[in-house]
Write a protein of this length. Structure first.
Length: 250
């Protein structure tokens, strides 16, 4: 498997690697807020709820668009936070963050019970002036826990449970490939699968899948939300690199 991953990684062109590096700085400083549908277009989410239209000048990054509740959570994850927990019960820490950021946060009771982690498990962490997403990663890592957005709430759960929750999204990529050029799609897919959690894709035995749809100039990806976040960051980096001025070597 390791040989397969190394082989896949080596096939990514140096051009794509340079584009990724050039665009990375532009996206690292930006909150992961999703820009989605143009005005007047509505879609059904998997639960059947109507999604709100957004201004026409907003770029479509993926479909279907997040629901209003999901957008609120995503915005909160990009906010600065602070915490000072000293042997604080996990449930109390959750209630504090829930109140501070005004979003719904819950514990996945069944998953935590299976992992023999109680809601009264003490946590200790002191942080300030970092994004809520980063703070949660640091706080939950000590308990071998993570978080996902599911059913319009931020759910604290186990990595095993998070990895079993696959989402399917369609990413318009017509601006990153030349027409219907198959090689363009192949290069983009290789860039994604070799840099975004390489073991997580079906070609090496992982759960996720990626498929090009040239007629709609898009990629259809089934992956965990964490992988989707990294795919979106990579696509943003590539787009930023395309717009960056080319500096000639002297």
């Amino acid at each position: 498997m390791l040989a397969t991953l190394n082989s896949t990684s080596s096939r990514v062109s140096w051009t794509l690697r340079a584009l990724i590096a050039a665009g990375a700085l532009a996206v690292l400083a930006s909150p992961l807020i999703y820009l989605t549908r143009p005005s007047g277009v509505k879609a059904e989410d998997p639960g059947g709820a109507k999604q709100q239209a957004v201004p026409a000048d907003r770029e479509i990054e993926f479909l279907p668009a997040p629901t209003p509740s999901e957008e609120k959570i995503l915005a909160a994850l990009a906010e600065q936070t602070k915490m000072q927990f000293i042997e604080t019960p996990l449930q109390d820490a959750v209630e504090y963050l829930k109140s501070l950021h005004k979003i719904e946060i819950q514990l996945d009771s069944k998953a935590l019970e299976d992992a023999t982690i109680g809601s009264d498990t003490p946590v200790t962490r002191q942080l300030k002036d970092i994004k809520l997403s980063s703070a949660l990663n640091l706080l939950l890592r000590d308990l071998d826990l993570t978080y996902i957005i599911r059913d319009e709430i931020l759910l604290i759960t186990t990595p095993e449970q998070a990895e079993s929750q696959l989402l399917t999204r369609t990413y318009p990529v017509g601006d990153l490939v030349d027409g219907n050029d198959a090689k363009g799609y192949d290069s983009l897919i290789e860039a994604i699968t070799s840099t975004v959690k390489p073991p997580a894709w079906d070609e090496v035995g992982g759960p996720g899948s990626i498929k090009e749809v040239p007629k709609s100039k898009s990629l259809v990806i089934s992956q965990t939300r964490e992988c989707h976040d990294e795919v979106l960051e990579l696509l943003r980096a590539l787009r930023a690199a395309r717009k960056a001025p080319v500096q000639e070597l002297k």
